[in-house]
Design a protein around this ligand. Structure first.
Ligand SMILES: Nc1ncnc2c1ncn2[C@@H]1O[C@H](COP(=O)(O)OP(=O)(O)OP(=O)(O)O)[C@@H](O)[C@H]1O
Ligand SMILES: [Mg+2]
Length: 238
């Protein structure tokens, strides 16, 4: 579904991501973990056309999308929940969801997706007229995920959706991601601070350190690699 090959990317003339390669198959749940500042957001932003790409290729469903403009990438079945600013605070919950589905032409299909979204996150129904800026942190993240889903993505990329959420709220969101993968057949890339949790949900993991891929494999392989854990994820990570 997605293939990143020898990617070197960053901002201005500065390369942050250094020769990273990885593949995501349909149905995968990929966790991207690593220390603060290791380039996790930069890596996923590169997929969305939000960085400068110096070398390498990004292929989505067989199409080379390297250096495509973000507007063009937005038309692909590729959902993105950014780390910051992921809802329109001045618009209502339902307007946010409406905008999320704006690229879906078929009205019936659009309605069906809206129903699925409020089934996953019932709170969005009861808050539908409320300004998104007034939602709690957890509700806002649920709206951000709902908004991305409204566009019917095949691949959903989430950048630390549970940062700053209480553990119980984070857990609810994680469970919804599992459901989204299973019931809606959506492939997931999750960037997470909580390596233990993310690798527990995922079937593949990428450990990013200083812009480089320090390890890639199954969560099991990662959890057996004591050096990776000790050096990069912290003793308590797994
Ligand atoms: N817009 C930008 N312009 C220049 N440098 C940037 C920009 N955004 C991020 N960086 C730099 O790129 C490096 C990687 O940052 P990035 O946000 O990708 O890390 P991260 O792994 O997502 O960190 P965190 O876990 O804190 O979210 C950092 O050194 C950061 O200062
Ligand atoms: Mg980040």
């Amino acid at each position: 579904m997605l293939e990143i090959r020898n990617l070197v990317s960053g901002y201005g003339k500065l390369a942050i991501i250094q020769d990273v390669s990885f593949k995501v198959d349909a149905g995968d749940f990929v966790a991207i973990v690593g220390p603060n500042g290791s380039g996790k957001s930069t890596l996923v932003k590169s997929i969305l056309g939000l960085t400068n790409i110096f070398e390498g290729t990004i292929t989505f469903e067989g199409t080379n999308i390297t250096s495509w403009k973000p507007e063009k990438i937005a038309k692909l079945k590729l959902g993105y929940v950014p780390q910051l600013g992921n809802v329109f605070p001045d618009l209502s919950v339902s307007e946010n969801l409406e905008l999320g589905g704006v690229t879906v032409r078929d009205e019936g299909q659009k309605r069906k997706m809206r129903e699925l979204v409020v089934e996953l996150f019932p709170i969005l129904k009861s808050r539908s007229g409320q300004r998104a800026g007034l939602l709690s942190g957890g509700e806002r993240q649920m709206l951000a995920v709902g908004r991305a889903l409204a566009a019917e993505p095949k691949l959903l990329i989430l950048d630390e959706p549970t940062a700053a959420l209480a553990p119980i709220v984070a857990e609810q969101l994680f469970q919804r991601l599992v459901e989204i993968r299973q019931k809606l057949n959506v492939t997931i890339i999750l960037v997470e601070q909580n390596a233990r949790k993310a690798l527990g949900l995922a079937n593949r993991g990428l450990v990013l350190v200083q812009g480089k891929s320090a390890f890639e494999g199954t969560p099991d392989q990662i959890s057996k690699d004591k050096d990776i854990i000790r050096l990069f994820l912290g003793e308590l990570a797994i």
